[in-house]
Ligand binder design. Structure first.
Ligand code: S3P
Length: 170
């Protein structure tokens, strides 16, 4: 199966959890741009931000996205800020594979990310960051999957349908 599916969305939208579940259910490799960045940098995200600034992290993240996309079949999870960079938005918009935007309400994100420590941008004013990014998320995706109040198993099934629908038309 020559298959690819990309997940985008704000921190806490479920990208990592759902990519892992979907990969497991289909026996497909899972690539996560955050993981690729930390592996390549040999540093956790907080440290990359403090040593290289957000700009350094974004450069690494762009390369990680390009690298992840060379892998097929694969489920690809991206960092929540990937869409802040015009070059990444261009790449995502040019894809013909499903680019699924996972959405969640601010209350749900707050609940899911309670106690998070390795997310330097998940600070007090994250709701305004989210509002600022919303247009970029929708412009970069070709599918939207709301996740608030929905079970992981149900969401995996929905993603499964997207995968099947696309492979039928391949
Ligand atoms: C970020 C989201 C994080 C990570 C980094 C920056 C962002 O990924 O890439 O902390 O700018 O929203 P998750 O969305 O997986 O938390």
């Amino acid at each position: 199966m020559n298959y690819q599916l990309v997940l985008i969305g704000f921190m806490g939208a479920g990208k990592t959890t759902l990519s892992q579940a979907l990969g497991r259910a289909n026996g497909l490799p899972v690539l996560d741009t955050d993981e690729l960045v930390t592996q390549q940098a040999h540093m956790p995200i907080n440290e990359i931000f403090s040593q290289e600034g957000e700009a350094g992290f974004r450069q690494r993240e762009h390369l990680a996205l390009l690298h992840a996309l060379t892998s097929k079949p694969a489920i690809i999870a991206t960092g929540g800020g990937i869409i802040t960079q015009a070059n990444n938005r261009q790449v995502l918009q040019s894809l013909t594979v499903p680019v699924v935007l996972l959405t969640a309400s601010p209350a749900e994100i707050k609940r899911r990310l309670a106690g998070t420590t390795d997310r330097p941008l998940f600070k007090k004013d994250w709701p305004s960051l989210m509002a600022k990014r919303n247009g970029w998320y929708t412009a970069s995706a070709n599918r939207v999957l709301p996740t608030t109040g929905r079970a992981i198993s149900e969401l995996v099934q929905e993603l499964q349908h997207i995968m099947e629908e696309v492979s039928i038309h391949d």
